[in-house]
Design a protein around this ligand. Structure first.
Ligand SMILES: [Zn+2]
Ligand SMILES: [Zn+2]
Length: 361
């Protein structure tokens, strides 16, 4: 079928709108009419993988139109939020940890289905698809039962879309991975959508001292509105020292979302002996970080967290319940754009004017 999509051609290229061809769903696939799709940082960095052209987009939400013959549990008309994909058969998946799937890279940014085929063509030329099992920068996309999460059709899909990646990544780092004790202290580095989602998770768990660090004043302002007890300008002197002063010697937990190696070092220095740092952001895929041997031997823990250690089918409904109860106002981060304004959404996001852009159809 013809679909309208935003196609990219390599690192730094713009997203150009085009009418492209989408294959019919295979027996294990569902066809989803996209209602809204969030713009996530990985959509910008992943452009480099697909110099020959590809469709990104991995926070899709929409309505199921066609269900493959082998799919159970979904019907046309179902409303779904699309999350990350996982193979379902490796040791990690079988153990209930799809976010640790041994085939995560191939399943999510390989640019093709697990069997290597792509469902997308521009004219006769195949282009990369199946990004996070969806490639939802398009009016329609193919997903599977592995990464589709059914949601209440009464709920606004343009609000729910970011639950597919950014919001579960940030909040799950706190709620699933760190699990802070009520009254403890936590610092979030980077007050973008992932960092602010972490902050909202910390509010849910009744963290006592909750600090946000960023270099964009508007984001620090929003962090305060969402529950930060303190905010710090990341460009100010001795950020780790300021955090230690606010937390009686160091925050119990730190969540690093900026992806900058220098900020990782600051995060490690901002927690005390016994403190834990969660690394969530990734700027340079080839980058390395240097840790103080002494600080680590003294009992600090540094852990990497992917997709908030979450099982989307379990965790997204839990977040929706918290949101409906008024305890998880993640939609305060959203700025909506019509799909054809994707270029503006990218520019506003890169400039820090928009925290979480959601493209709507
Ligand atoms: Zn797996
Ligand atoms: Zn993402």
């Amino acid at each position: 079928m013809h679909v309208q999509a935003a196609v990219t051609y390599g690192a730094g290229s713009d997203f150009s709108l085009a009418d492209i061809e989408l294959e019919d769903p295979r027996p294990d696939e569902i066809l989803v009419r996209t209602a809204a799709v969030g713009l996530c940082h990985s959509d910008l960095t992943a452009r480099q993988y697909f110099p020959g052209g590809g469709v990104l987009g991995h926070e899709g939400a929409g309505v199921v139109e066609v269900v493959g013959s082998a799919v159970t549990g979904f019907a046309p008309g179902d409303h779904v939020v699309l999350g990350f994909d996982a193979c379902g058969s490796c040791r990690a998946c079988l153990g209930g940890r799809p976010y640790r799937c041994r085939n995560f890279a191939a399943m999510n940014y390989g640019g093709a289905r697990p069997d290597g085929s792509t469902a997308l063509r521009v004219g006769e030329t195949p282009i990369a698809g199946s990004f996070f099992g969806q490639s939802s920068f398009a009016s329609h996309c193919l997903a599977t039962a592995r990464n589709a999460v059914k949601v209440d059709p009464q709920l606004p899909l343009d609000k729910l879309a970011p639950l597919g990646c950014g919001v579960i990544t940030g909040s799950g780092t706190v709620l699933n991975a760190l699990r802070p004790f009520p009254g403890s202290s936590l610092v979030v580095f980077g007050a973008g959508s992932v960092g602010l989602s972490a902050l909202l998770g910390a509010v849910v768990t009744q963290v006592g001292t909750l600090i946000a660090v960023d270099i964009v004043p508007g984001r620090l302002e929003l962090a305060r509105t969402l529950g930060a007890t303190h905010v710090i300008d990341g460009r100010s002197d001795d950020v780790a020292g300021q955090i230690r002063d606010l937390t009686d010697g160091g925050a119990d937990y730190a969540v690093e979302t900026s992806g900058a190696a220098s900020v990782v070092a600051t995060a490690v220095s901002s927690v005390p002996e016994g403190g834990t740092v969660a690394l969530v952001g990734l700027g340079d895929l080839q980058g390395t970080i240097t840790l103080s041997h002494y600080e680590m031997v003294m009992g600090r823990t540094v852990m990497g967290v992917t997709e908030g250690n979450s099982v989307p089918q379990v965790y997204i409904p839990q977040l929706i319940d918290l949101w409906r109860a008024g305890r998880f106002p993640f939609d305060a981060m959203i700025t909506a754009y019509p799909f054809d304004k994707i270029g503006q959404a990218v520019a506003d996001s890169e400039a820090g004017r928009t925290v979480k852009a959601v493209l709507t159809f």
